[in-house]
Every structure is written in C-alpha cells, then in structure tokens.
Write a protein that binds this ligand. Sequence first.
Ligand code: AMP
Ligand code: ZN
Length: 115
Amino acid sequence: MSCVFCKILKGEIPSEKLYEDEDMFIIRDIDPKAEKHYLMIPKRHYKLIADMTKEDGLAFQRAIRKIPTLTENLGLQSGYRLVINQGDDAGQTVFHLHVHILAGQPLDFPDLRKK
Ligand code: AMP
Ligand code: ZN
C-alpha cells in the first residue's frame, strides 16, 4: 500500500498531527492553498464517498462534527471552507478520502466555468 496518508498515520512519513482521535487525524497541507490549509483524514483507507461503508459513514459524521469544536485550536473563528475532491475532474491526487479545511482569510468562490 503506497498511500501517503496511510504512511503518515503509521508514522512512516513524519508529520505533525494537530488533532487525532479514533476516527481521524488532522495535519497541515504540505502545499497550502490558503493562509490556513489543513487536511482532515479519516483513519480508514477508502477513496470515494461512494466507497463508504455504513461504519465509515458514522465515523465520518463524528469526524465532521468534531471540526467546529476545534475552531480555536485551528484558528477557524472567522469561518472556514470544507472541500472534498472526488475523482478526475476534481483533480483528486491522493486516493484516500480527505477533507480540506481552508481558512485564515476571506475565501474566493470563483466561477470556474470557461467563458
Ligand atoms: P487532493 O488533490 O484533494 O487529493 O488533495 C491532496 C492534498 O494532499 C494536496 O493538497 C497535497 O498538497 C496534500 N499532500 C500530499 N502529500 C502530503 C503530505 N505528505 N503532507 C501533507 N499534505 C500532503
Ligand atoms: Zn490510505
């Protein structure tokens, strides 16, 4: 298994875990796209929302509901955006489901259509 997030979870790639519980861990994105850019990564490896088991769904619900309790620790008080890239058009590059947490500045919401 050559998944970078599984390797981080196992400690095979060093990374500072800003938060961790039985369901997920949170790290800083190595290539930030906003002043604050974190990744919330479920511990179990699966690629897509479509691949979630019922248990994965329950773990994901717990994980996503944890984020608002971490606003002070992560500096999300002024708001934040969650992004989940799924598949080719979204440009998913790591095939282990993860939630981008973007914050720390006003966040553009660009019109991506080709004009
Ligand atoms: P996505 O394009 O949605 O699949 O997002 C994958 C994200 O993982 C990208 O924003 C990368 O910058 C990030 N990433 C890849 N490798 C690492 C790493 N070793 N530590 C932290 N973030 C990483
Ligand atoms: Zn993985």
